[in-house]
Design a protein around this ligand. Structure first.
Ligand SMILES: Cc1cc2nc3c(=O)[nH]c(=O)nc-3n(C[C@H](O)[C@H](O)[C@H](O)COP(=O)(O)OP(=O)(O)OC[C@H]3O[C@@H](n4cnc5c(N)ncnc54)[C@H](O)[C@@H]3O)c2cc1C
Length: 403
């Protein structure tokens, strides 16, 4: 597939920024668990926070293929930064664009697209990830005659009173209670889309989606996770403790939350796949440069066929992954179904990326295993791409259903 001139121009601008501002600092941010606010602002100026958002809401009004290009470049600079920006673009912006009303778009989508706010998506809970139909976080409308409080049996690791509140007010607010797990930008983000149960007896049709500013009383960071990688992006456990939000923050209608959440994951998976390729590309570039320089038995190691062929395999598989991503993105941009293709792209790209990063470590020998070279960090960073926005097993379920 060939890119348009505009797509190449945008890709090159983001690449230049990522190589100058992200790549030289990524190791330091990883060690210090630093969230690079300035770099985020720089990327926001380039339009990276609102790639597919229409201009009238402050976005760049571009397509999913361009979003994939941008995320590959950011990830090639720093994996953690690409994850935070990926979540903002999709699912957060994507949900607001498709299901938000005019007032919600003006109030939330515009500052998100312009980089004044970082988006957060709260679906996963401590006891449930892959099976999103089993959520326990509740949202109860005040005045409905319900008594609000934490869901039964829910844990609250760092306190939070979770006391019961009798519903006496007039139904213009919801009270959210529960715990969300592994939430990207849960601490550094500004506005969250939260999926919660509004009708316990209605299963998948009993969930709803809400806009929750992270400054809302009752939104609390219970714990920051100590992760294998991607340390420039925070991953938090969020405690909703009688978190009170206006009823106008409901997205769509009550009962549409499950459908809304899942619809956004399709585009999100294209983004994660692109991130995988970006990270692995950087590891491969380091390995190629090293293999041309490092000598053994009187020649550069790339001249040993075992090393040269390993790198050739990596480059080929990475290009195949990229083409799967571009194909899925092109289908989505054309308004055609791409659930299976997005799952294929995410499955293949994330698994290929880990294999490529492992091969890069192997190519550097002992130097691949120490932090003087970036490949060990990238290997740690890329691993989660096989887990978040649906594990590899979940992607296979989606692909199998589409056969
Ligand atoms: C760094 C990081 C960032 C994240 N960011 C976010 C975020 O911003 N928002 C958010 O909501 N979530 C986020 N997540 C959560 C992530 O999406 C979940 O971890 C993921 O969906 C898997 O859920 P789980 O961890 O509960 O695993 P489980 O669902 O418990 O799965 C455990 C294992 O069982 C397998 N399995 C489960 N069911 C099946 C099945 N039917 N068939 C075959 N195998 C199966 C899985 O593949 C996996 O190997 C993040 C996670 C991480 C690690």
């Amino acid at each position: 597939m060939l890119l348009t001139q505009d797509q190449e121009m945008i890709r090159d601008a983001v690449r230049a920024f990522a190589q100058e501002e992200l790549w030289p600092n990524a190791a330091k941010w990883d060690k210090e668990h630093h969230f690079p606010k300035d770099a985020h602002q720089g990327l926001a100026h380039l339009g990276a926070y609102g790639i597919c958002v229409p201009e009238e809401y402050g976005g760049a009004n571009l397509d999913y293929l361009t979003l994939a290009l941008v995320l590959e470049e950011i990830a090639a600079g720093d994996g953690g930064t690409s994850t935070a920006i990926s979540v903002t673009n999709c699912p957060v912006n994507a949900i607001l664009m498709r299901y938000g009303n005019e007032a919600q778009k003006r109030q939330w989508l515009t500052p998100l697209a312009q980089g004044e706010m970082l988006g957060v998506f709260c679906l996963t809970e401590p006891h449930v990830g892959s099976d999103a139909s089993a959520l326990r976080t509740t949202a109860v409308k005040e005045g409905d005659g319900f008594t609000a409080g934490p869901p039964q049996g829910e844990t609250r690791p760092l306190g939070g009173q979770g006391g019961h509140v009798s519903a006496e007010r007039g139904g213009d607010h919801y009270l959210i209670n529960g715990v969300k797990q592994f939430i990207t930008s849960g601490k550094n983000g500004h506005v969250a889309i939260v999926i919660a149960v509004t009708d316990k007896g209605a299963g998948k049709k009993g969930m709803s989606a809400f806009i929750v500013p992270t400054s809302a009383p009752g939104y609390g960071v219970a714990r920051l996770e100590d992760k294998l990688g991607q340390n420039s992006s925070d991953t938090a456990q969020i405690n909703f403790d009688n978190c009170r939000i206006p009823a106008e923050n409901l997205i769509g209608a009550e009962g549409e939350g499950y459908r809304i959440a899942l619809s956004a994951l399709e585009g999100g998976r294209i983004g994660i796949a692109a991130q995988s390729v970006g990270m692995a590309r950087s590891a491969l570039d380091v390995a190629i440069a090293y293999a041309k320089d490092r000598q053994s038995f009187g020649t550069a190691i790339i001249n040993h066929q075992a090393v040269g062929f390993r790198l050739a395999d990596c480059a080929t598989r990475l290009e195949a992954a990229r083409q799967l991503i571009w194909h899925a993105a092109a289908l989505r941009d054309a308004g055609r179904p791409c659930l299976k293709e997005a799952a294929m792209a995410k499955l293949f790209a994330s698994e290929t990326a880990e294999a490529v990063c492992s091969a890069a470590i192997q190519t550097l020998g002992g130097y691949g295993y120490v932090s003087d070279f970036p490949v060990e960090r990238i290997y740690r960073d890329v691993r989660v791409c096989q887990i978040y926005e649906g594990t590899s097993d979940v992607q296979k379920i989606i692909i199998q259903r589409g056969l």
